[in-house]
Design a protein around this ligand. Structure first.
Ligand SMILES: *[C@@H]1O[C@H](CO)[C@@H](O)[C@H](O)[C@H]1NC(C)=O
Ligand SMILES: *[C@@H]1O[C@H](CO)[C@@H](O)[C@H](O)[C@H]1NC(C)=O
Ligand SMILES: *[C@@H]1O[C@H](CO)[C@@H](O)[C@H](O)[C@H]1NC(C)=O
Ligand SMILES: *[C@@H]1O[C@H](CO)[C@@H](O)[C@H](O)[C@H]1NC(C)=O
Ligand SMILES: *[C@@H]1O[C@H](CO)[C@@H](O)[C@H](O)[C@H]1NC(C)=O
Length: 544
């Protein structure tokens, strides 16, 4: 979905021109903006020597579950950052000093080992996720629903430094829940290999922005870095390098666990029948996975999409997706299905004969549907749901009702029409078209990302409810470990607020005033997030 992308030029007509130094917002530096916020003028001091994050007395937190303790430690470090090492040591507390943040888990069935799911976010319509409030000099975060870490992020964003370098927090009341349940980032580890640490760092930054889905576009035409236990040849032959440029089973586990404890789901994408050149390099038992292309009456020596007419193809897919379904715990797998180039299929006489035998005529999208149909049946037997790119829907493939249709094509008018079409057919959908962050241009393009809204199309309330969210995509043609973070952040933060905050949070001026300090906060936490415009941060990125 990245190569043949056609898009009208991004025209920045009269962009909002901010002042270099952000004005204070009445919402401080909160990002994304919570659903309900009240920040008062009453401020309290915090010091690293006296302040503690602890379980509430009647919290359902399981003491044997390290998930929470780890999160407390993480956020304690974020709150006090550098001053923890160099700041004042007091030991004595003043009258206006806060010493405790109590965390209350109100539900008995929050599992320590559980995985976040689409349902855990969706069940929350109008219910708070969490509630932050100051009472009697104790700050409370009450978590009503899993995931538990989002409120800690919000609390850490309330803390600011005064002119003496002392940490302060104002008395505030916050009620929060996300507008959309699916808030994703797509990274592409095929066009360039992304070292595991880069992926982990990015998950950490995603949590700071309340993203909850990592869409791992793990393999594609250029390389196959996923190490399969069933078919090790795939990465041995298909990766850029069989040892240094692969994700071992341990690497994949590490990514999934790191994401899990941050409330982030990992959805892998194994895109077929197109985008599979690297799959063909493995010399596995079913040698004919890809279609031999013909030049006239002879094979040309090149290969096209997956060969849809061989039984061996489906035998392979059965075994392959059986493994995938056990490696990745999420309930969904992304099956791709985009940009199938029919020219190789057309050239192949065996395929032509198959087309005639099946009454497909010259309509190769019928052959594609035939393949996808078989693939979906295979994946259904693994008890996974699936996401697919919009072409699969456009070509009329029969889908199960819980299929998620991923819209990525066209200009604004076209994608809005597509969202209307998909939802009028009763399918759930998510949007990526306006959020191809690999596309760069001079200027403040974050404003364009910020303005796009996945529910803006002509449709009924029922249709709008079928929109589960969206994903910012960072395709890998021109991205590797050297430039991933600055290209993605803080531009993806604009998408984060669109997917989290209320629909009417659209003021570009206030967004600038909060996004600037949010970007500086990411920088202070060690993320090389690029500048939005002329400005400065109190502590600049120092390269370590
Ligand atoms: C927090 O309190 C300080 C001191 O009273 C005040 O100047 C500031 O505006 C408050 N912050 C917010 C975001 O309201
Ligand atoms: C492929 O499988 C189908 C259905 O099981 C069967 O009818 C057909 O004969 C098989 N084709 C080959 C070439 O084995
Ligand atoms: C499809 O593949 C053929 C042969 O490999 C190539 O010439 C053609 O440009 C491709 N079409 C597109 C739209 O990329
Ligand atoms: C909706 O999609 C179907 C299938 O692609 C197509 O036949 C139909 O024309 C589309 N309708 C609209 C209103 O775009
Ligand atoms: C929505 O419908 C109105 C009136 O029919 C039309 O003018 C407008 O272009 C439509 N918008 C989209 C995004 O299709």
């Amino acid at each position: 979905s990245s190569i043949f992308f056609t898009w009208s030029l991004l025209l920045l007509i009269n962009p909002f021109e901010p002042e270099p130094v952000a004005e204070p917002s009445k919402y401080g530096s909160l990002w994304p903006l919570p659903q309900k916020v009240q920040i008062s003028d009453v401020s309290y001091k915090l010091s690293s020597s006296n302040f503690r994050i602890v379980d509430g007395k009647l919290s359902y937190a399981d003491p044997s579950c390290s998930l929470l303790q780890d999160a407390y430690r993480r956020y304690f470090d974020y709150i006090f950052g550098l001053t923890r090492k160099h700041g004042p040591k007091s030991g004595r507390t003043g009258p206006s000093e806060l010493t405790e943040l109590q965390v209350w888990i109100t539900s008995p069935d929050t599992e320590c080992d559980g995985y976040p799911s689409l349902a855990s976010d969706e069940s929350c319509e109008s219910l708070s996720f969490f509630n932050i409030q100051l009472l009697d000099l104790i700050y409370y975060i009450v978590f009503i629903l899993f995931p538990l870490f989002l409120g800690l992020e919000t609390f850490s964003q309330l803390v600011y430094e005064d002119e003496y370098g002392v940490k302060n927090v104002n008395s505030s009341e916050i009620n929060d829940f996300p507008r959309f349940a699916h808030r994703g980032i797509l990274l592409d580890s095929s066009r360039h290999f992304l070292p595991v640490q880069v992926i982990l760092d990015n998950l950490e930054t995603m949590a700071m922005n309340k993203f909850n889905v990592f869409h791992w576009h793990i393999v594609d035409d250029p390389s196959f870095p996923f190490m399969s236990k069933t078919f090790p040849q795939l990465s041995q032959k298909g990766a850029y390098h069989p040892y240094t440029h692969v994700y071992t089973p341990a690497d994949v586990k590490k990514v999934i666990e790191f994401a899990r404890v941050r409330g982030i789901r990992v959805i892998p994408e194994f895109d077929t029948p197109g985008h599979t050149q690297s799959w063909g390099k493995g010399d596995f038992p079913c040698e004919n996975l890809l279609t031999p292309c013909y030049s006239g009456s002879k094979p040309s020596g090149t290969f096209g999409p997956v060969n849809p007419i061989l039984n061996s193809t489906y035998d392979f897919m059965k075994q392959f997706f059986k493994e995938i379904s056990t490696v990745f715990p999420d309930a969904y797998i992304h099956l791709g299905g985009d940009e199938v180039n029919f020219s190789c299929w057309k050239s192949n006489p065996d395929i032509q004969k198959f087309m005639t035998d099946h009454g497909f005529g010259q309509d190769f999208s019928k052959l594609e549907s035939f393949y996808i149909q078989n693939l979906l049946d295979i994946v259904t037997t693994t008890n996974k749901g699936y996401m697919i790119w919009q072409e699969v829907f456009d070509n009329g493939v029969k889908l199960t009702p819980d299929t998620l249709i991923h819209v990525w094509k066209g200009n604004q008018q076209q994608y809005q029409k597509e969202m209307a079409n998909v939802t009028s057919s009763g399918y759930q959908t998510l949007l990526s078209t306006p959020w191809y962050l690999n596309r760069i241009s001079y200027g403040q393009d974050w404003q364009e990302f910020y303005k796009a809204d996945p529910q803006e199309f002509n449709g009924t309330e029922t249709q709008k409810k079928l929109v589960i969210g969206g994903e910012a995509c960072l395709w890998g043609e021109y991205v590797d470990a050297t430039n991933l973070s600055p290209r993605l952040w803080p531009r993806a933060s604009a998408v984060a607020e669109r997917l989290w905050s209320a629909m009417d949070v659209t003021d570009l001026g206030d967004a600038w005033n909060r996004l600037s300090p949010h970007r500086c906060r990411m920088v202070e936490r060690g993320v090389p997030a690029e500048p939005l415009f002329v400005s400065y941060c109190p502590r600049e990125y120092n390269g370590v």
